[in-house]
Design a protein around this ligand. Structure first.
Ligand SMILES: [Zn+2]
Length: 312
């Protein structure tokens, strides 16, 4: 999940007592987990699908005070319930159209893009691997209450191992559960004179999308040097994950970690932590190895470069 100002101001809220009134909101993700085999969760009188792990999630609409939330399960207790306030963005009718795609200058960054490492050996190439979020910045949350920050670190560590095995130099932005200011992350690529920067995240739906239905992987970049890297990683992920998780990329996004003007940078959204099926896949160690090997293969393909780059 990428924190926006709207979402950052609305962290996870402990579920109130049964029947509590909700605050003024547009949509609420309600999620939780019951014992395996307890297949009957009812939210506000409507049956909610329970996944085989016991995870469930639903999207409800609410206005201030109008929604008496009631959650019951077969066992009489729906455990580990949480909800997330997801506010509808306020649209300003006088707002200017979105700016054209530009290379936003970071104060420390050079204007010139670094040459991609075509024909260099892996041991001459440095990759910065960024595990998104950390510390109090938890990122998204799964129905069983696992945090995105922990999933990101597990995949990032696996990616580090996959890259080291291929002979690359690897720099991690974090290897423990610590908070790192957002702009210190792309800066790590600059200070280490890295050839590429790859940020690892897990997704959550926007305010109006049913979290049961939304699940895919994607790779974001912003400028042309990042796009080549993102395209290569996305292709390898799509090939490795096949029918088990659809590809929704590569895509463009103006994130702090993607718009570095000098170093090819991208952000991988591995899966949806809010989806019960996504949660199950994320906490599967064998699956994480497949994901990490695919990202490493994408970096390898990018390093070798397309034929037209090699001929330059
Ligand atoms: Zn995230």
């Amino acid at each position: 999940m990428i924190s926006t100002l709207l979402l950052a101001a609305a962290p996870f809220v402990a579920f109130p007592a049964q029947g509590a009134k909700l605050p003024a909101i547009d949509h609420v993700y309600l999620a939780g987990a019951v014992a395996k085999g307890d297949t009957n969760v009812v939210v506000n009188g409507a049956n909610v699908a329970v996944y085989r792990t016991g995870a469930w999630v639903t999207l409800i609409e609410a206005t201030e005070g109008s929604n008496d939330v009631s959650v019951v399960s077969q066992s009489g207790e729906a455990t580990n319930i949480w909800f997330k306030i997801a506010k509808k963005p306020v649209v300003d009718p006088n707002a200017k159209p979105a700016p054209e795609k530009v290379w936003k200058k970071l104060d420390y960054a050079k204007d010139e893009a670094k040459e991609p490492p075509t024909n260099k050996a892996p041991n001459e190439v440095t990759i910065v691997v960024d595990a998104g979020h950390g510390g109090d910045d938890t990122g998204a949350k799964s129905p069983h209450g696992f945090f995105e920050k922990d999933a990101n670190l597990l995949v990032a560590e696996q990616l580090k191992a996959a890259l080291l095995a291929r002979g690359y130099n690897v720099v991690m932005t974090r290897e423990t559960d610590v908070f790192i200011p957002l702009y210190d992350r792309p800066k790590a690529a600059h200070t280490n004179d890295a050839d590429a920067f790859v940020s690892i995240h897990h997704n959550a739906p926007p305010y109006d999308k049913d979290p049961n239905l939304l699940r895919y992987h994607t790779v974001y970049s912003w400028n042309p040097i990042g796009e080549e890297l993102a395209t290569a990683i996305n292709a390898e992920m799509a090939a490795a994950l096949g029918d088990t998780l659809k590809s929704n990329g590569p895509m463009h996004a103006n994130f702090a970690v993607t718009r570095n003007p000098e170093i090819p940078s991208c952000l991988v959204e591995v899966d949806f932590v809010t989806s019960p099926a996504g949660e199950e896949a994320i906490w599967n160690a064998a699956r994480r190895r497949v994901v990490a090997e695919a990202i490493a293969s994408g970096i390898d393909a990018w390093r070798k470069g397309p034929p037209e780059r090699k001929e330059k």
